[in-house]
Design a protein around this ligand. Structure first.
Ligand SMILES: [Zn+2]
Length: 139
């Protein structure tokens, strides 16, 4: 996965501006090259520990053919850049990448990239795993 320095900086700036709440948005691009960041509103009633997307903002992006959504970004204002219990319980759309920005250390925020593996147990219960994925920031 590649992300342009501009998209990276926009995502981190948006999440930083959303503090102390979780910030969210999407990465746009093609295949494994992210070229833009689109901030989205966090409409969760518990925005410090959860995020929720507004369907009115989110659904049109999914159907925009010129710039496909290839990553979902959200931040953890107070915890590490690892998926939380709440993240495991969310419904996640099928996208190539999922990004978590951690502002636990305000002076050096971190951005981690994952992909999701969905599995279905015999009872039909869906489970998801977040698998760490490497990425490169490009100019
Ligand atoms: Zn989270």
């Amino acid at each position: 996965m590649h992300v342009t320095v501009q998209a990276y900086e926009q995502a981190m700036a948006h999440c930083s501006a959303s503090l102390p709440n979780e910030g969210c948005g999407v990465f746009l691009g093609a295949h494994h090259a992210i070229t833009a960041f689109q901030p989205l509103r966090n409409c969760s009633p518990h925005p410090r520990t959860r995020f929720a997307l507004d369907p009115a903002e989110w659904i049109p992006l999914i159907y925009a053919p010129d710039q496909p959504v290839i990553g979902l970004v959200h931040s953890h204002p107070f915890s590490a850049a690892v998926p939380s219990e709440a993240d495991h319980q969310l419904y996640w759309p099928d996208l190539p990448s999922y990004w978590i920005a951690s502002f636990r250390d305000r002076r050096s925020p971190e951005l981690a990239c994952y992909r999701i593996r969905k599995s279905f147990a015999h009872g039909g219960e869906a489970a998801i795993d977040f698998l760490p994925m490497a990425y490169t920031i490009v100019t």
